[in-house]
Design a protein around this ligand. Structure first.
Ligand SMILES: O=C[C@H](O)COP(=O)(O)O
Length: 317
């Protein structure tokens, strides 16, 4: 963080002045640009590459009260080897689970290169004390999570208590530290569907990055609208501008409602045209999704063989 951004975070008043001093988002312009980029067509060879890139960027997710160790293990097997009959299909980037499922996921993906992400901090609402949020994070990290997906306190943000949101992110980031090992990466979920305006999405993005987020993520998947293209566009602009100002790169993860290959490719075009090609790797861009992978696999097979596999070919997401 540059000295000036350290000063920005020193009080709620300085944070407020900075965040409200950011240029406003032209809502019509953002909607239009996202829509235009979404209609870009891609040639067949580029499409095949884009599908494999999208598969490698997926955070394959299950976040249900009814999740079981068996369901998590099956999802992990699919994450490591999405199509058991075709070894050329890349693994996904990560699996994403609740904290109590982390040990099962860690055991299931061991040695594969697939990371384990855990939601934490009273996901999805975040309506609990800071102590509980930190404990929740520490549990997931101690269980072996490589990545933590935290939620911000949207109530505090909307009430203008930016310093509270900042302090929580800083505390959760500290709980991601692992003695004698690599710290867990912190993804900060803004829950953009509750932030009301694109200006707030831009402000929350900057707030999270100033507080130390490694990634900013749109949504929990539990609130609609979730990862809409204009919201992702605004967040991609924020990471681009943050790097220009500080030299630090922050990743972006749209999540929630991304179900089709078309959606995934739209996102890849958005990244390329907004933040730029440096972000076009799983290190800097993820697609959080529970049921996108099968469509990517079906479209991939169609491109390779000229026909779709039967409906029973791929295991259920
Ligand atoms: O973080 C990922 C989301 O929870 C997934 O949402 P989805 O079920 O709409 O794909």
């Amino acid at each position: 963080m540059t000295t000036s951004l350290t000063e920005v975070a020193s009080s709620n008043a300085t944070l407020r002045a900075f965040l409200h001093g950011l240029p406003g988002v032209d809502r019509v312009g953002a909607d239009q640009r996202a829509a235009t980029l979404g209609t870009r067509s891609i040639k067949t060879t580029a499409k095949a590459k884009a599908i494999d890139l999208a598969i490698s960027m997926v955070d394959l997710t299950t976040l249900e009260g009814a999740d079981t160790p068996g369901k998590v293990r099956a999802m992990c097997a699919k994450a490591v080897r999405p199509d058991p009959a075709d070894g050329t299909v890349p693994s996904v980037a990560a699996v994403c689970v609740y904290p109590d499922m982390v040990p099962h996921a860690v055991a299931a993906v061991r040695g594969s290169g697939v990371a384990v992400a855990s939601v934490a901090t009273g996901f999805p609402s975040g309506r609990t004390s800071l102590g509980v949020k930190v404990e929740d994070t520490a549990l997931a990290v101690a269980s072996g999570a490589d990545e933590i997906d935290m939620v911000i306190d949207r109530g505090a943000f909307l009430a203008g208590d930016y310093r509270k949101v900042y302090e929580e992110i800083v505390a959760v980031k500290a709980a991601c530290a692992r003695e004698g090992g690599t710290d867990a990466h912190l993804k900060v979920i803004l829950e953009t569907g509750e932030l009301v305006t694109y200006d707030n999405v831009r402000r929350a993005s900057w707030l999270a990055m100033i507080a130390g987020a490694d990634f900013i993520k749109t949504s929990t998947g539990k609130v609609a609208p979730a990862a809409t293209p204009p919201v992702t566009l605004v967040m991609l602009e924020a990471v681009r501008d943050f790097r220009a100002q500080t030299g630090r790169m922050v990743g972006v993860k749209p999540a929630g409602g991304i179900r089709t290959t078309k959606d995934a490719i739209k996102n890849i075009v958005l990244v390329n045209e907004t933040a730029g090609p440096d972000w076009l790797t799983p290190e800097w861009f993820r697609l959080g999704a529970s049921s996108l992978l099968n469509d990517l696999l079906m479209q991939r097979q169609k491109l390779t063989t000229g026909h779709y596999a039967g409906p029973d070919y791929f295991t259920l997401d």
